[in-house]
Design a protein around this ligand. Sequence first.
Ligand code: HEM
Length: 533
Amino acid sequence: MGVSSTAIFQQLNDRAPVFIPVDRAEQIFRDVSPHITWSNMLLAFVSYVVVKFVVVAIYRVTFHPLAGYPGPFLAKITNLYEMYYAVFKDGQYTQHCYDVLHPKYGPMVRTNPFTVRVSDPDSFFQIHHVGSPFLKWPEFYLPFQSPHSSFGSVDPKIHRTSRSNIAPMLSKSAVKKHEHVVIEKAKDMLGRLDRFIAECGGVQGRYNGRTLYFAYLFDAFSGYGFGQQYDLLKLPVIQHRIIDALTQGAEATMFIKYFPIMMTILEKMPFWVVHKMSPAAVGQEEVRGSIRVEVDRLQAKKDAGELEKKVTVLSSLIDKGVSPKHVAEEGHTLVAAALDTNAWTLQGSSYHLAANKDVQEKLYRVLKEAAPGKDEVPTWSQLEQIPYFNAVVKECLRITHSIAGPLQRVIPEGASVLNKPLPKGYCVETDIYSIVRNPKLFPNPHKFDPERWMGPDSKGLDKYLLVFGTGTRACGGIEFAKMNLFIGLAAIFRHFEIDLTKELEEEGWQWTEKWGCVKRGALPEFLAKRRPE
Ligand code: HEM
């Protein structure tokens, strides 16, 4: 039953006397009600949105705490500007900042209403030093849904705990104990290249770098990380849904950055729906599932007093008493953090070495000297003693800069960067790309030139090889990453001559930024020929 308007107005008036006389209110209602139509309501709504947008836009360019920072007008009033380059121009945001915004506006640019982007080596260290009060920006990191992991945590206390939990298993001395496995997997990779050659007639084989290197890295990491052997390199055809899943995951990162709600929606959806939308999600779930099973198995062993000590990253975490839920979270993020980055570096390195045959030949000669035997793979310590090899690896890391996207941090109280005070609570972002491609630090920065690491002044350059980040939130797996890179690159370039396919030769090395780098254009395929022993 309806309630009369008189009663409603009477009630309102009782609660807020002298608000408006009841008879006057009724009169207004009678006058207005014929105009309450759908089209008028729509018009009112649109007018509200437009007026609100204009008022907010005026505020953002005039009185907003970031109003004084230079940047494109559109970027100051809406994040659609940034989103356009990041999402709709297929991952061109970082390159747009490097090519257009910084040259035009200087080292500090307001790239969206809430963010100042800083491209300056000294400021990078100021923001990312050990114990820095610039904490990870929750809006970017929390959608990864691993708030208790070393990568995904935002709260410094939680991070301190999670990082110190994994650190002993990822220290140089700890990962070195796993070196024999990595060498074994590198030899499997050589065998696999022989098979590609045999399949292509016995002289030169064509292979997909992403698939092959991913399989090598996954085989090298999975045993150490979570005690599972997938042996992807031994499959008849190298294919696993985890490869597709991580590819799709990387592709989705930018989309999730601008539409974080998507992660929550996907989590809440029944798995069969997600599977229908993205078959690769099965691979993700498969690995997540096997990590969960392994974590539960380890916890049961611990409860029974039978836990094998410090055998894998996961078992060492269970041994420390970390809850199974958090151990599983750490496991998932480690898989993503460890694989895409390293696989990208190996692909990009293969491209640049194939495109620069003089460097490849010199590298081959030093490697042959270090490992003269058939299929011999030098050890990590041996490789560390070869100056030219080290120069090549540094240049490969620099030019491939796996994480090209912005590293976003919250501005703390009283911060000032480049002598300009920054308002607390907003976002300041830096990026690795603009440091490792800074022409003042690395002249001719787009040229692949290992010699830049060999000169008398090159020691000072090491500090700017910031591909792993620096400070408290620097990469947790640097040693593991280096071991895989050193051994993987040495194995391949000691025993094979790598060439570009026609497609890559014509196109060059094109990439798109999905926070991490993703190959654009032609497939990352290469041609491999056995070196004479
Ligand atoms: C070439 C290979 C790699 C590169 C270039 C790389 C780069 C990076 C960068 C730039 C960050 C900082 C991200 C940020 O501030 O948001 C990071 C974080 C991290 N990486 Fe790596 N990474 C590589 C390989 C690995 C490997 C192999 C592992 C593990 C075995 C790993 C584990 C981690 C972890 C746990 C973090 C989070 C650290 C923390 O916040 O405490 N990464 N990595």
